[in-house]
Design a protein around this ligand. Sequence first.
Ligand code: ADP
Ligand code: MG
Length: 261
Amino acid sequence: MPEQHIVAIANQKGGVGKTTTAVNLGAALAQAGHQTILVDLDPQGNASTGLGITADQRTHTVYELLTGEVDLQTAAVETDIHNLRLVPSTPDLASADVQLAQTPDRTRLLAKQLADAPDGSIILIDCPPALGLLTVNAMVASSSVLVPLQAEFYALEGLSQLLGTVRQVRQGPNPRLRINGILLTMSDYRNNLSQQVEADARETLGDLVYPTVIPRNVRVSEAPSHAQPVLVYDPLSKGSTAYRQFATEFTARLKLVPEIA
Ligand code: ADP
Ligand code: MG
C-alpha cells in the first residue's frame, strides 16, 4: 500500500509565499485526483480564509487536533474543491507555544495525529513564520520540507537557520525528514534582481531548486480576497499555470503516479 506523504511548507520569514503555495499546490494536487489534506498551522488562518472556510465553519480546529481533543477525520472539513480537505486554524493557536510547553512529547503532537492519515493521501502543512514549537511539530510529522523562497534580495538569508532546524529534527525526533525542495516565488522577469536571485539559488542549492518558478502575478494576489485559490479564481492566469506545472514536478519528486481521473 502507498504510504502517506506529509510535507511541511516552511520558512521562518513571513510573506514569502508559504500560504499561497499551500493553497494552490493543494488545489492543483486535488484537481489532479490526489486525496489532499491541508493543515493550517498558522494562527493567522490565511489558508483557511483563502479556501473559503469562514470563522463559523471552524467548529474543530488544528489546536484541538494538537491537544488530542479531536482526530484528523473529525478536524478536516470539506472545501469547495473535490478531493481537498482542510484542518482550519483559529487565533487561539497563537498561544500554543506557551500552552503546550509543559506537555510531554510536545514536539510529536501533530505527528501522532497525522499517523492516521489515509494511505496514499498527501498532507500539506502551512507553517507559521517562525521556527517555534508549531513548525517543529510540522517537521517532526513530515516526510519532507518544502521551502518557498521569495525571489528578492536577502532571499537566501535565514535559509541556513531553517536548514539547521531541519538538521536538529533529523538528529532527534524524526531521522527520516528530508528537504523536498526549494520553490522560487513572486519572481518578476522584468527585474534583473529576480534573475540574479534565481541564478544564485540554483548555483548554491543545485537540484534542490524546482525547475518551475512562480511568477509575480496580480491574479494570485487577488484570489484570497475572493476566498478561492487562484486555480479556481482564474485558472488560465500565469500564476495558475505555474502552480499546476509545479504540482507535476512535486508529485514526480514524491514518486507518485498521476491518478487517472
Ligand atoms: P506567507 O504565507 O509566507 O506569509 P503568503 O503566501 O501569504 O506568504 O504571501 C504573501 C503575500 O504575497 C500575499 O498577499 C499573497 O497574496 C502575495 N503573493 C504570494 N504569491 C504571489 C504571486 N505569485 N504573485 C503575486 N502576489 C503573491
Ligand atoms: Mg502564511
